[in-house]
Structure formats: C-alpha cells, structure tokens
Design a protein around this ligand. Sequence first.
Ligand code: MRU
Length: 374
Amino acid sequence: MNVRLQDRTRHFRTVAFNPARNAVQLIDQRLLPHRFAVVSTRDFRETARAIRDMTVRGAPAIAATAAYGLAQGARAFPGLSLKPFQRHLDLVEHTLAHARPTAVDPLNAMRNVRAAMAAARTVEEQQELALSAAEDFADASVEECRQIGRHGAPLIRAGARVLTHCNAGWLACVDIGTATAPLYAAQAQGRRFHVYCDETRPRCQGALLTAWELAQQGIPHEVIADNAAGHLMQRGEIDLIIVGSDRVLGRTGDIANKIGTYTKAVLAHRHGIPFYVAIPFSTIDWRLHSGRDIPIEERDEEEVLGTWGVITRPGERPAATARRVYVRTANPGSGARNPGFDVTPAELITGIITPLGLFKPRELWARRRQLGHE
Ligand code: MRU
C-alpha cells in the first residue's frame, strides 16, 4: 500500500523480511497515525513479543509475521543435526503460536511453512525452504486480498454508506486488506462512497488505523464512537457492513472478530442491513465444531481503564513531534474486564467474501475442498 511520507509516496508491506540480517521488518502500528516507523526484530522471541504487544496486529499480518518468525528461528539454528533442529523448530513454533490465541491464521501459516520444510533432508535445505515458504505465504496472502477485492467490489454501490469495525485493512494484512479490499477495488472502479469507522475501543484500531489508511487512500470517511452505530442504523444511514475475522469456523460459519463485532451484527440483523465478513483462506479453522470453543484473548485491564494518544488541544492538529502518552480515564482504583474478541454466529452473517467469491456461512463446509481444506 502506498504511504505518503512528507512529500514522497512509497509502497510498503506491513510485514517483510530482511534475509541478510535475518530480521522481520514491521510497520510499528502502536505509533500510528501520529508517527510512521518500520522496526526490525532480531530473533524469534522478539518477533513473538512484537505480535503480543501489537507492534503488528490483524490476523493475516500476524500470520505472515509468524511464518517469517519461524523461518527466522530456523535460520538462526547453528547445528547440522536434524533431531535437535526439529526440537528447536517446535520451540519456535510454540512461542510464536502462543503470542496471541484467537486468530487461527498464524497456526495455519506456520503449518504451511513446516509442511514445505518437510520436503528437504538437511538442516540447510530446510532453512532455505522455510524462508521461501514464508515468502510464498506472504505473496499468496496479498493475492487473496486482491481477489477478495474483486469479488466484494460489486457490493459497494455508488453513494453507499459502509460501516467497518476495527482495522481489517492493509495494516492488518501484508497488503490491501480484507474488509477494505472491496472498498479499494470499488474506488479504483471510479465509485464514490462513504465509510464509517467504528472507533473500536479499547485499542481504537478504527479511529487510529482504519481512518489513517482511508485518509492515505483518499476515501471519504468519518470515525464514530462505537455506541453510535445503532443510532445510524436505526436512522437508515448505513447500507452495508464489512468486517474482517480472526477465525471462521469452516464447519459452522461462526466467526470471531474484534470485540464489538457481535453487537454490530445483532443490530444489523434488527435493521435488515447486510453484514459481510471478508477473509483469506488462512482465517478458516476446519477443526473446531463450535464458536464457543474459539479461544478468546483476555487483554490487560489498562487498555480499558485508559487510552493512548498524543497531547494536543481539542480541534488542533498535533505537532509531528508530539509524544505518545497513556492517559488514565477510568475511576482510580476500579478494575476492568477486557475480552479482545467475540463470536458472531453464522445466522447473523449475510455472506463470507473469500478469494473464490461470496459464500453463505453455512456453505463453507460443502465447499471445503475448493477453499483449501486438506
Ligand atoms: O486485536 P487486533 O487489532 O489484532 O484485531 C484485529 C481484528 O479483529 C481484525 O478485524 C481481524 O484480525 C481481521 S484483519 C484482516
């Protein structure tokens, strides 16, 4: 995706790899939209930390990060014996897999990398295959997002008012995005429309990241407080909702996504508004039988009890050098509960936008061979 930095426009992927340094390179999403910086992780533990602390976030983006992290860990192994190498790989995979529990994409991505490595006999060959498999995963993820855009674009009519939750844009992927892909494709086809970005408390991915992405792309948009969505739906001011997902159950069509997605889906159902979920193949979990079995990440209570931002006066543009600070907003001494995700049942979902086209949530299982189930 193109980013305007001072006077220049440059193309960036959210996640990349530097083979000479054996480093994973990440756009530091904790700093956006106030500062743009790319950071490098030097080993797989640092890569896992970057996933945990949300330097990088969004299911397909942490999947590519985990795939590169696995290659990074494999390439750092000094010996030539296969057995200790396999034990080392298990540790690397385990560390990366447990950085964040809800998204299935990192598990699927690392499974791909390990399957590709199994074709080689020596440690050296496996190290090479690990990196090429991680690169293949990242490239395929970009192409899948492009196809999601192609299939989803007809849903965005001229003048449409679209609501999205959290950030399922290019920052959440390697490039292009899932929920944003149909928007970018519709824009490229010359249609004008308006996007409402749910603020998405407590981390505010909508207000910080989606709004920044859409501004970079020149798409008209406004941030709304999470609580405003029902009001706009009731007044007929939202025509369509598109969100991403961290895990879609191939057996049932239930989906996990950022906390608050379920609320929006219930409201959309109440008001007869189409509710779509856009996903690449890596987001499908073919194993679990029920949405209740999806592990839901519980995050630090500080996220709910306060907020991060830069210091400025209301109505003023913050200075480029403004320092990022944490501000306590809740009652001192009160605690908080902070589930990061919720599960939206299949019956509330109009359609799943995949790289192969649109499906009803309950159609996924019947189409499993096409959709990549082995
Ligand atoms: O906690 P986050 O910011 O990683 O949550 C991200 C989301 O919930 C996205 O909607 C999801 O990962 C899909 S991204 C294409």
